[in-house]
Ligand binder design. Structure first.
Ligand code: MN
Length: 230
């Protein structure tokens, strides 16, 4: 291919115990998938169907890095989430097809300009400025699904400067991982490389320059992120 200029590098995520990396295609994010978080945001869970927003694959930021506080906000929030990585195509798939398409899991942060997201809600506009942030999809290395096993009973936690802010179990998710994949596959030809961030539990809040975030989901790689000092 004779490009006019060099194309952007392919975003990717490391895999635990592998030398090859996982190439990221698309990032889908589930809204309001924990009841207590929906309530803290002044909303309710929609039990009819899950719903989504997206982030660019180029928003991927590797755990362990230091990033600048992003422009255009004075209210940057963390949201810790289970990330699901697909290793096979799914279109109009049932629950078992969905389960079998999972390559692995990671711990993620859905970094959010909460003020810009609120603007979107107030004016009935899209959430892109609030959600599709450069470095706004923070991801740990993936652990292969076969090495993770059953997700039930696993804790998901986030700490800011060592203080516990979010603490839940994955069982608290309204829509299970196979339910989300199956539903999303009615709208997209899902394929290997697609990532799904499955929503955040209660306890979201702001961070400032100089803060250090850590997060953990039982059985997965631990996450860390530092916001550089102003
Ligand atoms: Mn989120």
């Amino acid at each position: 291919m004779d490009y006019l200029f060099p194309p952007a590098p392919q975003p990717s995520i490391p895999v635990v115990g592998e030398t090859q990396v996982f190439p990221v295609h698309r990032i889908f994010c589930v809204g309001r998938n924990y009841v207590a978080h929906a309530q803290e945001m002044g909303g309710e869970v929609d039990r009819e169907a899950p719903w989504y927003f997206t982030k660019s694959a180029h928003a991927v930021c590797h755990s362990g890095t230091t990033i600048p506080y992003p422009p255009g906000t004075t209210n940057l929030h963390y949201e810790v989430e289970l990330a699901v990585a697909l290793g096979a195509a799914v279109f109009e798939g049932d629950l078992s097809t969905a389960q079998n398409a999972i390559y692995g899991y990671g711990c993620a942060l859905d970094m959010t300009r909460r003020d810009r997201q609120q603007d979107g809600k107030d004016h009935r506009r899209p959430w892109d400025l609030g959600k599709d942030i450069e470095n706004g999809a923070v991801l740990t290395p993936l652990t292969r699904a076969g090495d993770v096993g059953d997700l039930s009973g696993r804790r998901i936690q986030l700490l800011v400067n060592g203080a516990l802010k979010q603490d839940a179990v994955l069982d608290d998710m309204v829509w299970s991982v196979p339910e989300i994949i199956s539903h999303l596959s009615r709208y997209y030809h899902l394929q290997a490389g697609d990532l799904i961030l499955t929503g955040t539990p209660a306890g979201v809040g702001p961070v400032v320059a100089g803060d250090h975030l850590t997060a953990q989901i039982d059985g997965l790689s631990a996450l860390s992120l530092t916001l550089s000092s102003a």
